[in-house]
Design a protein around this ligand. Structure first.
Ligand code: KIV
Ligand code: ZN
Length: 387
């Protein structure tokens, strides 16, 4: 197993499947360029057959990017594959992503196909896609709810017919890290050509385990992680790639993996996707939320002022955030209060006066959720305080 974990970003395809999100071509190109700058290895620019707009966006991105591989999505049918071929005709660095569902519920209720029929579909369409693309990614949709022996057979068939990337999607966010580990171990042992393809994992977050499941796959043979910026996507979303990137970096001692992601560009891409998708990043979101580097309680603030490593495993600068914050509220301590007054230019050398001011601050903080800079100036100068 190599040492590099590759990042496959699908913000512009699966991320755009977020209810209410719709990127125009210009926005897609802008996001794609920033994704390239962030260091993603491959990005799924859209589903060319699905609409003229998507075709145009995939074409524009395929023309624009050079370092990052551009990918288009296709179902297992020739019209979808042809649309991908045309949309990416001008690119030298491209991949097609074809998929078909393999689980019993999808076979019986959605596709109305037998196991054998699906194997034939895979043979025919991987072979067809391979005529136009050197890089063919095959996904077994709803893989984690598919019988494992059948999944292994489908995957082996795809590799035999020319797929060089195999993606294992947890389409409905159903699995858990232990089960994902076991599934990858099973595939490594039961797919004869496992070593001839690159394995990817694609997780959804319905049970809040997308990042953990992706990391479990990486520990057991996956060398590509698929996901989106800020974890946007269908229902509860996809694997949040910024969380995976930072987890692999911070716990390099454990995972022993490298990535091509430029972590200092993380905040920039997160802000861009949030703005263009109209999806605000929750304040408590790991790695990139506004509270990720904010410390509220007195005990934590005191620790951080003495040594940030007491309560910060990630430095804000690592992900492109300027600095941490010590918001003042009723749980804040004297140490943080004093430091903030000094930052605002007040003399704090008189300990008796500071004790009195701290008491007034606490009285005020009991009545307000956040004590602002304006409140502090008012407190120190005796002006009236805004409600
Ligand atoms: O979640 C999923 O199964 C997908 C496929 C198209 C790979 O997005
Ligand atoms: Zn998906």
């Amino acid at each position: 197993m190599g040492n590099i974990v590759k990042f496959f970003d699908t913000t512009l395809r699966d991320g755009e499947q977020t209810p209410g999100v719709n990127f125009n071509t210009q926005e897609k190109v802008q996001i794609a360029k920033q994704l390239e700058n962030w260091g993603v290895d491959c990005l799924e620019a859209g589903f060319p057959y699905s609409s003229e707009g998507d075709f145009e966006a995939v074409q524009a991105i395929a023309r624009e990017l050079s370092t990052t591989t551009v990918c288009g999505l296709a179902r297992c049918n020739k019209k979808d594959i042809d649309a991908c071929t045309q949309a990416m005709a001008d690119s030298d660095n491209k991949q097609i992503h074809i998929f078909v569902a393999t689980s019993p519920i999808h076979r019986e209720s959605k596709l109305k196909k037998s196991k054998e029929e699906i194997i034939e579909i895979v043979k025919e369409h991987v072979t067809y896609a391979r005529q136009s693309f050197d890089n063919v990614q095959f996904s077994a949709e709803d893989a984690t709810r598919t019988e494992w022996d059948y999944l292994a057979e489908v995957v082996e068939t795809a590799i035999q017919h020319g797929a060089n990337v195999i993606n294992i999607p947890d389409t409905v966010g159903y699995t858990n890290p232990q089960e994902m580990s076991n599934l990858f171990k099973y595939l490594a042992e039961n797919v004869p050509s496992f070593d001839q393809a690159e394995f990817a994992v694609h997780c959804h977050n319905d049970l809040g385990m997308a990042v953990a499941n992706s990391l479990a796959a990486v520990e057991n043979g996956a060398s590509r992680i698929e996901g989106t910026v800020n974890g946007i996507g269908e229902r509860a979303g996809n694997t949040a790639l910024e969380e995976v990137a930072v987890a692999l970096h911070i716990r390099k001692d454990y995972y022993q993996k490298e990535t091509n992601i430029k972590l200092s560009e993380t905040k920039r891409i997160s802000d861009l996707v949030s703005r263009m998708s109209g999806m605000p990043v929750p304040r408590n979101k790991a790695v990139i939320g506004a509270n990720a580097f904010a410390h509220e309680s007195g005990i934590h603030q005191d620790g951080v002022l003495k040594n940030p490593e007491t309560y910060e495993i990630i430095t804000p600068q690592l992900v492109g955030v300027e600095k941490n914050e010590l918001p003042l509220g009723k749980l804040s301590g004297r140490h943080a209060f004093k430091v903030r007054l000094q930052e605002l230019g007040y003399d704090t050398s008189n300990e008796e006066k500071l004790t009195e001011d701290f008491k007034s601050f606490k009285d005020l903080a009991d009545q307000k959720k956040n004590v602002t800079e304006t409140d502090l100036h008012a407190l120190m100068t005796g002006r009236s305080i805004e409600e």
